[in-house]
Design a protein around this ligand. Structure first.
Ligand code: ADP
Ligand code: MG
Ligand code: MG
Length: 917
């Protein structure tokens, strides 16, 4: 046995099924199913290491040829057939399979070993020449495109012509049909032997014409050509795009599985299909799948024919389910599903083929699932005793919760339904129609909401799917490419919406409209750019925009969150500026407000004039006058926040942003303001020019403002403390935390402390004092480095990781979008540092500041309030540093809660990885 080739079959596997790194996911699954005694066609796996060797050196590792030959001999022995034999040929599939599942990313070749001689052997042996030639034409097309690089259209074209001939021969009145309709009327499975023979000859000619080389008839040449194609496909464009999206390292490589063929295309007692051991959209406990009689390989997911349901009971498919049509293999399949789920303790995604009534298992893996399903599955599996609560918490990808927190269609809103397809990935979306992935990407980059509408999708469309709000396809089932990828991305998807007739060339689609009885009653035409709304849960498509409502977070979701909350040590607060935000945040389980940005309150229409007056005043009296107008507004804001938070801590940051953000720009604004302030327009204009800054982000902002204009902070502190006292008098708890932004030194912070204490004394006088905390943000590297000094005065630190990242990397967040992606793409930075904290650089400043801060003040309260507070990887880092809390936008609070629980479990060394690998 070579160290690169691992045989599986007859209940035994040479490879260790646990070594996905060596065998790849598919190889490991085949090995595991074999060992479990499931019916798996025998074969062998060539390791990922051999792939890497081939990628690096351009040649196979020594001894690989001999090892493959030996393993093939073993397979021949088990199958009683010989590879390349004229009478009794063994056929194999050559299948890629990386460590992580990459649906549709790598190419598989079926029926390998056929040529003009062996096809006759197969025909005679099976007594089924039609089948033999069906297998042969499939093989030539797959091999020609995957291993030799021919394009796929010419093959389709040949088939279309065969259909036309058949139509004529049968005298069918379908002359007006386009190719698309013809394919529906005459599926592949209808082509008779003679036509298939013609197709085979023409396919070979296509290969010659497309690639300049003849189709190889030597099975050994076919085999190695296919192996090299699999290894080579690890580097193809769509695999690279997918890897990037899912953080899969290029160094993993793919394994290559060579497996004896079983045939679902041998006639009506044969079939192929895929199923999930539970419903992947809802998580309901029932086997959910699709199948096609007399079909092979990916026919089910390719959307060429509309697949049938595995289980009985789907409306409109009576008598056509696998359960009804083939009860014996169906029963067998149900048993296999149960065995697999019990063994893997997770929902499985299974591929099977039925050859002449006998069931064969061809693949299993942890199934991709919509977030709703992930939550339900995890909770129910705990109740079934299959997994522990810890595992349930670790099973759900925190980021995927996003799908559950987002709005669904407002049930009471009026709507105009156009069509319905399959609800393939839940969530609602409105947007402008685009018909190509490139358009989706282009428009998406401009910030326009788009819905990608396609006949079906393929891996080449991934970039467009990523950019779109939702995906709508005319063809394909619940396991189509569009459905699987959309669920993985958490995007709404409606698939198989057959009322759509799309014309890419004209950039429009015609939609057949049906009445309640399902009879066509007319049609309507929509163009690129028209707005539609789709509901990926129900499969409905509507004309124009439809309003949405927020999600309710109860049932399984609440249960999972309760388990998460019981396990985490990090608290989760929200960044909220208004009572409404605060209300949302509490609904999502926020344990306080980690950041209230007071400047947001200043942009309000009713206040902006007073704010401008305050800024443009050139003497204290005038400024006091303006501030006096603002005080009641600010106080009212804080009263609202304190009431909403019912005694939970509320961190309020005093005014921070560069003043130019508030300055008037339009002449009528200037004129009005001049009248209000009783100065001339010229004078005011001059003042505006004086305030101009070359680099406002590093200019007169944060507590720099209060050093020159202390009145501003005095007003804000007064508003906070008066509000706190009022709410306390109402009998509610209050826990205000006053936070100074952009601090750079202890003397500066001390100046602020004096200011705050002075106002507190004025507000509270002798009695009635409300306790509050005084602290600072750490967002300038100098502050992090001198944190021990700052901690002498600050009772808490809150890391403002947005500014800290900008200042540490010297990158402006607002401008970095133009060049940061190329840094991430070419691995100059591991991730976008504004999304996931730069652990080495910014992170080490955070660590230093924590250590120094604690040394100076052991009970110092430490938290973070940048965007990073809602990023699971960053949350794990903050947990490790020992922060008390993270604060993030209200919608990310549940994500942070779950991420914090996972971080706690992982640091305890709890077993059980994230299930949806
Ligand atoms: P993917 O990675 O895209 O899932 P697969 O290697 O699973 O590709 O193969 C594509 C299709 O071919 C699947 O439907 C699979 O079940 C089928 N297939 C693969 N190998 C065999 C085989 N030996 N016999 C019959 N069908 C096979
Ligand atoms: Mg595939
Ligand atoms: Mg597969």
């Amino acid at each position: 046995m070579s160290s690169h080739v691992f045989f599986f079959g007859q209940g035994k596997s040479e490879g260790d099924p646990k070594r996905r790194d060596i065998l790849g996911g598919k190889g490991a699954g085949l090995a595991e199913m074999t060992v479990l005694g499931l019916p798996v066609p025998p074969g062998f796996t060539i390791s990922t290491e051999a792939c890497n060797h081939y990628s690096d050196k351009g040649a196979h590792p020594p001894g690989l040829q001999d090892a493959v030959a030996a393993a093939l001999k073993r397979v021949e022995g088990v199958m009683g057939a010989t590879f390349g034999d004229a009478k009794n040929p063994l056929l194999v599939s050559v299948r890629s399979g990386a460590r992580a599942s990459m649906p549709g990313m790598m190419d598989t070749i079926l029926n390998l070993g056929l040529n003009d001689v062996t096809v006759e052997g197969l025909a005679t042996r099976t007594n089924n020449p039609r089948f033999a030639y069906d297998a042969y034409r499939r093989f030539i097309a797959m091999y020609g495109s995957v291993a030799m690089g021919a394009s796929k259209e010419p093959f389709e074209h040949v088939l279309d012509e065969a259909r036309q001939r058949l139509v004529k021969a049968r005298g069918m009145a379908v002359t007006a049909m386009n190719a698309e309709e013809l394919r529906r009327v005459l599926p592949d499975s209808e082509l008779p032997l003679e036509e298939l023979k013609t197709v085979v000859a023409q396919f070979k000619a296509v290969v010659q014409k497309e690639t300049g080389s003849p189709f190889p008839s030597d099975p050994q040449a076919q085999l190695w050509g296919a192996i090299e194609a699999v290894f080579g496909s690890w580097g193809n464009h769509r695999a690279v795009v997918y890897r990037k999206m899912h953080d899969i390292p290029a160094s993993w490589g793919t394994a290559c599985n060579i497996q004896s063929m079983v045939f679902g295309n041998m006639g009506d007692t044969s079939a192929t299909g895929v199923c999930f051991t539970r419903d992947p959209s809802t998580g309901e406990k029932r086997v959910f799948g699709e199948w096609l009689p007399n079909a092979q390989g990916e026919d089910v997911v390719a959307g060429i024919r509309t697949p049938l349901p595995v289980g009985a009971g789907t409306p409109g498919t009576k008598g056509n389910s696998l359960e009804e049509r083939m009860p014996k293999p169906h029963g067998e399949l149900m048993r296999m599903c149960a065995v697999l789920e019990k063994h893997f303790r997770d929902m499985q995604d299974v591929e099977f083929t039925i050859q002449d009534g006998t069931l064969w298992m061809l693949q299993c893996r942890n199934g991709k699932r919509a977030a709703r399903a992930a939550v339900r599955l995890a909770v129910e599996m705990v109740k079934e005793g299959l997994i522990t609560e810890d595992e349930a918490v670790l099973r759900v990808d925190p980021t995927s919760l996003n799908q559950l927190l987002h709005p669904t269609l407002d049930p009471s809103a009026p709507r105009n339904q156009l069509a319905a397809g399959l609800g393939a990935s839940p969530g609602a979306a409105s947007g402008h129609i685009v018909f190509s992935a490139d358009d989706a990407e282009k428009q998406g980059e401009l910030g326009k909401p788009v819905i990608l509408v396609r006949v079906d999708t393929s891996p080449e469309d991934i970039h467009g799917m990523k950019a779109a709000r939702g995906i709508l396809t005319a063809r394909g089932g619940m396991t189509s490419h569009a459905a699987v990828v959309a669920r993985g991305m958490g995007k709404p998807c409606v698939a198989g919406c057959s009322a759509l007739a799309i014309n890419y060339a004209l950039g429009q689609m015609t939609i057949t409209l049906y009445d309640e009885k399902g009879n066509p009653k007319g049609s309507t035409m929509l163009k690129q750019g028209d707005i539609i709304t789709m509901d990926g849960g129900t499969g409905q498509v509507f004309l124009g925009p439809v309003p949405t409502v927020n999600a309710t977070l109860s049932g399984d979701f609440a249960q999972l969150m309760a388990w998460a909350d019981a396990r985490r040590t990090l608290k989760v607060r929200a960044n909220a500026d208004t009572p409404l935000d605060a209300h949302t945040a509490r609904g999502f389980g926020a344990q306080g407000i980690g950041l209230c940005r007071t400047e947001h309150m200043f942009f309000d229409e009713a206040r902006i004039a007073a704010v401008r007056e305050m800024i443009l005043s050139d003497n204290v009296d005038q400024r006091q006058h303006a501030l006096a107008k603002l005080l009641p507004f600010q106080k009212e804001d804080f009263v609202g926040l304190f009431r909403e938070m019912k005694g939970l801590p509320v961190t309020i940051r005093l005014l921070d942003p560069p003043l130019h953000e508030f300055l008037p720009h339009k002449p009528e604004q200037l004129a009005q303001l001049a009248r209000d302030m009783k100065v001339t327009v010229e004078k005011l204009q001059q003042r505006v020019s004086e305030l101009h800054e070359f680099n406002p982000m590093l200019g007169h902002r944060g507590c720099r403002l209060a050093v020159t204009f202390p009145e501003i902070y005095e007003m804000q502190v007064r508003a906070i403390l008066e509000a706190a006292r009022q709410v306390q008098k109402e009998g509610l708890g209050v826990e205000p935390e006053i936070m100074i932004p952009l601090t750079i030194s202890l003397p500066e912070l001390n100046r602020m402390k004096v200011l705050v204490d002075k106002v507190a004394k004025e507000v509270f006088g002798a009695g009635d004092a409300v306790p509050f905390k005084f602290g600072t943000m750490i967002e300038i590297p100098r502050a992090a480095l001198l944190a021990d000094e700052l901690a002498q005065t600050a009772e808490f630190f809150s890391f403002g990781t947005n500014d800290l990242t900008q200042c540490t990397l010297g990158l402006s967040r607002d401008d970095a979008g133009k060049f940061l992606p190329s840094y991430v793409d070419s691995a100059l930075l591991p991730r976008d540092p504004f999304v996931s904290i730069d652990q080495e650089g910014v992170g080490s400043l955070v660590k230093t500041a924590c250590e120094k801060g604690r040394k100076a003040r052991p009970d110092i309260k430490l938290g973070v309030c940048g965007e990073h507070g809602g990023d699971p990887q960053s949350v794990e880092f903050f947990h490790g540093v020992g922060l008390a809390y993270v604060s993030c936008s209200p919608f990310r609070v549940p994500i942070a809660r779950l991420a914090a629980a996972q971080a706690a479990l992982k640091s305890k060394g709890s077993k059980g990885g994230v299930g949806t690998a």
